[in-house]
Design a protein around this ligand. Structure first.
Ligand code: C5P
Length: 401
């Protein structure tokens, strides 16, 4: 499990988003963490300490001056126990207290007493978030390497719409896992294909598909966040080249194949995320095809299967493929896993056209030899991070076995 052997203090301050924290505790515990909850006095107005005790399996700490609590696990001991101090939700008031180093309750004292990384998930009214004082405090906190997760944009409990919502518990848990996996791919080379290919028919026409390239680009960024050296081989897309990522732009499947074969010569992980055209026209005409007969017949020949060719190399990298299916998802995905000799396959159901191809969101079922998991519908950037964590774990496991 991703947070195994990780001790997390979850600090809860007094915002309405506190009602989501029992769920957050459950997500952290499910990821393997040991969680102890510390609440401010106002947090207890929004969520019951008893609920948090039940889900964390430990009594909730809330008082710096409570003799009994101090005898059980004193604040210094608690500060030392923590591998991470996560504060969710973090109110504007609490950000200010930490920025100024106040220590007038247990949670703010822990912020000074711990050497563990502090991570905040701010939540407040959008105007309070925009306020100059809050933004100034934020810059002070970031300068001290305190990490802020969110806030997110959206509808707020007060009826306003804007920046200030706390990230959802699953997003917070995922980002925490991400921070734990951070830089696990330092020194590793990854090649990722993205986008569609364009198979030319004549000088003005081509055959292509609706792939936007968003998932492949998001994966490239997620891999870079983990410290990998990334080469992105991209078909024609309307996305800016990601900063500091070597991006090779190609047109046809054959060009993509050539670029990939070059860059996978000494590569550790290959991710085939491109929607590669299976066929190309046998003879591209040098002149524009003129309208003449009522029918036009073109002959197509098969393109090389880039992913399969990489996976069948004598010394192949760890390979992840994608399978877009409209039915029998698992059966077809497992078929591809075996036939193409992949280490892992991520399948998405493209019969649901609200996700997947050309949309902002996606959901994936991921399969590997004797294992599978589901990544629920989420923004492609978040999903890419989750998928890269999974790839990293399986890759490191395979290389250590
Ligand atoms: O067989 P199918 O096209 O469904 O497999 C999809 C997977 O194979 C994707 O990962 C895609 O990037 C890869 N692929 C490829 N070269 C092809 C066709 C598909 O790399 N010619």
């Amino acid at each position: 499990m991703q947070l195994e052997n990780t001790n997390i203090i979850l600090g809860i301050t007094g915002g309405i988003a506190a009602y989501k924290t029992p769920d957050l505790v459950r997500k952290l515990v499910a990821a393997g963490a040991s969680v102890r909850v510390v609440m401010t006095a106002s947090a207890k107005e929004f969520v019951s300490p008893l609920a948090l005790q039940a889900v964390s399996g430990h009594p909730v700490s809330d008082d710096l001056l409570d003799k009994d609590a101090e005898a059980a696990m004193g604040h210094i001991e608690l500060a030392r126990w923590a591998d991470k101090l996560l504060i969710a939700p973090t109110t504007a008031n609490f950000m200010a207290k930490v920025a100024y180093g106040l220590a007038d309750d247990l949670l703010s004292t822990l912020c000074l007493a711990t050497s563990a990384p502090i991570i905040m998930a701010p939540a407040m009214n959008q105007q309070m978030w925009k306020a100059k004082a809050t933004q100034h405090n934020l810059s002070v906190l970031l300068e001290r390497n305190i990490r802020c997760l969110g806030p997110a944009q959206g509808e707020q409990a007060c009826g306003d719409v804007g920046m200030g919502r706390m990230l959802e518990p699953q997003e917070i848990a995922d980002l925490l896992v991400q921070a734990t996996c951070e830089k696990m791919l330092v020194g590793k080379r990854i090649t990722i294909t993205a986008g569609p290919t364009r198979e030319e028919i004549d000088p003005v026409r081509y055959l292509s598909n609706h792939s936007s390239g968003k998932m492949g680009y998001a994966l490239a960024i997620a891999a870079q966040e983990l410290g990998a050296m990334v080469t992105l081989v991209s078909g024609p897309v309307n996305l800016p080249a990601p900063a500091k990522i070597k991006t090779i732009t190609v047109g046809s499947a054959q060009q993509m194949h050539d670029a990939v074969m070059q860059s996978t010569q000494n590569c550790d992980i290959f991710i085939g995320c491109a929607a590669v055209a299976d066929y190309r026209v046998q003879h591209k005409t040098l002149q524009k095809i003129k309208k003449s007969d009522s029918e036009l017949t073109l002959t197509f020949v098969k393109n090389p299967d880039i992913l399969s060719d990489v996976a069948h190399l004598a010394n192949p990298p760890f390979t992840l493929g994608f399978a877009a299916e409209t039915q029998n998802l698992k059966e077809y995905a497992l078929g591809k896993l075996q036939r193409k000799k992949l280490n892992m396959i991520a399948a998405n159901d493209v019969s649901d056209n609200t996700i997947g191809f050309n949309s902002e969101q996606n959901a994936l079922s991921v399969f590997w030899n004797n294992g599978e998991t589901k990544l629920e519908t989420a923004d492609k950037q978040l999903l890419a991070r989750q998928l890269m964590q999974l790839v990293t774990q399986r890759f490191l496991k395979d290389t250590n076995d």
